[in-house]
Write a protein that binds this ligand. Structure first.
Ligand SMILES: C[S@@+](CC[C@H](N)C(=O)[O-])C[C@H]1O[C@@H](n2cnc3c(N)ncnc32)[C@H](O)[C@@H]1O
Length: 233
């Protein structure tokens, strides 16, 4: 209850919530270790888990997502674009609020730049992707930077941006407690698993597959991957 009150206070202080996050990320080095809060060594495990999950979606009965266009949301320096998405999609766009990270992404992605499309330098709360463009929209370790209202609005925008066979993948920490936990240092929240499912539903999505990311170090939040698709497709 106390945590929920906390979150509504954050919603009320919306401008500060986003400004404080931007200030936090300005101080963070544009490296894999910076992107992963000092846990750069988990990157490979994370990418292996994501590859298995993504491959399973290409084989999922009745799904058939295309392989043309993906969008990496909260892309940072392009860790996921470079190690995962450009290996499966012809073109990948990146959206990221911090322009310094996007500049670094151009270097980090130098071997796969021919597969990179647009670099959008904007917060997800203000971003409206092009209608009908994407086969897969990948959101990882960023959605805790959006409050519930903005997250629902963002997902609804994503819904319009997916092709008819398109999917959205969410890979996020979830709380082990059943409440929202607030991190004042980076100005983010971590949601319980059940809150994420409620938000998917409120945004007009249904979850078709979920899996826990295993082999993460002890002491970190559990990490879950969800594949969600518009209810009306
Ligand atoms: C934990 S890092 C993860 C980066 C990347 N997804 C990865 O896994 O390597 C979070 C990223 O989200 C970005 N970010 C924070 N708030 C954001 C917002 N409102 N809109 C878009 N990106 C945001 C940060 O600048 C940072 O690059």
């Amino acid at each position: 209850m106390e945590q929920q009150v906390c979150e509504s206070q954050f919603i009320l202080q919306q401008k500060e919530f986003y400004e404080d996050a931007a200030k936090y990320w300005e101080k963070i080095p544009a490296t894999v270790d910076g992107m992963l809060g000092g846990f750069g060594f988990i990157s490979q495990t994370d990418i292996i888990g994501s590859k298995q999950f993504l491959k399973s979606l290409f084989q999922f009965p009745g799904l058939l997502p295309g392989r043309n266009y993906a969008l990496d949301c909260g892309a940072g320096i392009g860790r996921i674009t470079g190690n995962l998405l450009t290996k499966y999609f012809k073109t990948v766009d990146l959206v990221e609020q911090n322009p310094k990270f996007l500049e670094q992404a151009k270097l980090y992605l130098k071997n796969s730049l021919h597969r990179v499309g647009q670099f959008y330098s904007i917060g997800l709360q203000d971003f409206c992707p092009e209608p009908g463009k994407y086969d897969v929209i990948w959101c990882q370790w960023v959605l805790g930077h959006l409050n519930n209202n903005d997250l629902i609005k963002f997902f609804q925008n994503c819904k319009q941006a997916l092709k008819s066979t398109g999917l959205l993948v969410v890979k996020e920490n979830v709380t082990s407690s059943n409440v929202v936990e607030v991190d004042k240092e980076d100005s983010s929240i971590t949601r319980p698993h059940s809150d994420l499912l409620t938000i998917f539903e409120k945004s007009g999505f249904k979850c078709i597959k979920e899996e826990r990311q295993y082999h993460m170090p002890d002491g970190l939040y559990p990490v879950y991957m969800f594949a969600i698709k518009p209810c009306d497709n």
